[in-house]
Write a protein that binds this ligand. Structure first.
Ligand SMILES: [Zn+2]
Length: 434
């Protein structure tokens, strides 16, 4: 199918940095996005492209709307959907009081499938077209999220959690079964259409050394699968890791020792690490998921984006629901701005957009197929409506540049401002259809 989408068009070409380099993005106030069979063929000015349009190309017009690439969530837990916004604890107590009981409910196949479908619907409602997703320890939790994503043709990476110690008995696998189940899931789902598998040890605190070694062996056997885990989120957690692994230089060094730090390794949080860790992570090709709503909500700490980027580490935004408080990457970007503001750093709107799109695609090593509108990329995109609420409509009228308009939108938007979400050129969510 040959399509053309007319609206304002905005996408990033590279990291705009703290000074928001104008050459890092392209903006077409009256733009046209040409899509052939789900693949972008061109993004440009409508005035230049419209006269050349073939009669058989289907034209969709969105006056007053802004099209940006589909948002990419670099770290989120689908089984925690129902405990989002739970009161009062920091990480380790929060896990035991809220997350583990919620995850135990997914022992039930039907419930796991229902939560997975609801989760994917929420992603699309918020303009998210790709995510790197934690399941639970149950192998069928991975089947559930992959099936839910496949039903919408989404590019999604997920995995069954590996955890065999320091957690409730009903949520434990073991080094042998975790390896076996993960391997079977890789064979079933990795590179199955747009789906990819992530070997998913929860964190070094909940895996025995035997399990970490088995995870590393699995990673070595499958160099193109992802590794997805948590790193240095909370100071109490970091102290526990130092106590459990006294011979390792740092928390990151534990993962490196077991072969879990490499390209396509994505570490959520990365709050409490030093420059040696940053250099090592960059050199090995590991990536960081910056999860500001979670880091603030659980009182974990402040992500040092400038230090991470200066070291050359790939970074994208993650919502980390249910520790995070929203599945919206626009709300997440807004909180990221505040986290950096507290550290006397800037986060211009274009850089926030980068972290939610192309930067996230780079963190996931998926920038060859998603993240912006260069020809050949998959046509995953969001139609944003700056006038979806009376307040944002007023605010939009008072802006004089795309940078200012985008900043105000990211700061104020919620899911009402996502008019439609397209996956490979097909509308998978539309407010008009609701
Ligand atoms: Zn997490």
């Amino acid at each position: 199918m040959r399509q053309a989408f007319r609206a304002s068009l905005l996408h990033c070409l590279s990291d705009p940095g703290e000074d928001s380099r104008p050459s890092a993005h392209e903006y077409f106030e009256d733009g046209l996005l040409l899509v052939d069979d789900g693949i972008v063929t061109k993004a440009g000015d409508a005035a230049a492209l419209l006269p050349e349009l073939d009669a058989d190309r289907k034209l969709c017009e969105f006056p007053g709307k802004l099209i940006v690439p589909g948002f990419i969530d670099c770290h989120v837990h689908f089984p925690q959907l129902d405990i989002i916004g739970s009161y009062g604890e920091q990480l380790l107590d929060w896990l035991h009081r809220y997350a583990y009981p919620a995850e135990a409910l997914l022992a039930d196949d039907d419930y796991a499938n229902e939560v997975a479908r609801a989760f994917v619907d929420e992603l699309l409602l918020n303009g998210t077209t790709t995510a790197l997703v934690f399941g639970t320890v149950h192998a069928h939790s991975a089947d559930a999220i992959f099936e839910a994503a496949q039903a919408h043709d989404m590019r999604l990476v997920a995995g069954k959690v590996l955890m065999d110690s320091n957690c409730p008995p009903e949520l434990r696998d073991d080094a042998v079964s975790g390896y076996r189940d993960s391997k079977q899931l890789i064979e079933r789902w990795h590179n199955n259409g747009r789906l990819g598998y992530a070997i998913t040890p929860r964190f070094a605190l909940t895996s025995s050394e035997a399990q970490l070694a088995a995870a590393g062996k699995l990673a070595a056997e499958h160099p193109d699968v992802w590794v997805h885990t948590h790193l240095a989120e909370n100071t109490e957690e970091v102290e526990e890791i130092a106590r459990l692994f006294p011979s390792r230089r740092s928390y990151l060094d534990v993962y490196e020792h077991y072969g879990l730090l490499r390209e396509r390794s994505v570490f959520a949080h990365c709050l409490h690490m030093d420059d040696t860790d940053r250099k090592t992570m960059a050199a090995r090709g590991g990536a960081a998921a910056f999860c500001p709503t979670s880091n603030l909500f659980l009182g974990s700490g402040l992500f040092d984006l400038p230090a991470m980027r200066a070291a050359g580490i790939r970074c994208g935004l993650g919502t980390d629901v249910g520790g995070g408080t929203s599945l919206s990457l626009m709300k997440t970007a807004s909180e990221a701005y505040k986290v950096l503001h507290l550290q006397e750093h800037a986060l211009p709107a274009m850089r926030a957009l980068f972290l939610a799109t192309l930067g996230a695609a780079e963190a996931l090593y998926l920038d060859d197929c998603i993240g912006n509108f260069l020809p050949g990329k998959e046509a995953d995109f969001v139609v944003l409506d700056p006038e979806a609420s009376s307040l944002t409509a007023r605010r939009a009228r008072a802006t004089s540049s795309i940078d200012e308009a985008l900043f105000a939108l990211l700061t104020l938007a919620d899911d009402r401002h996502v008019a439609a979400t397209y996956v490979r050129g097909v509308a998978r969510h539309s407010r008009q259809q609701r």
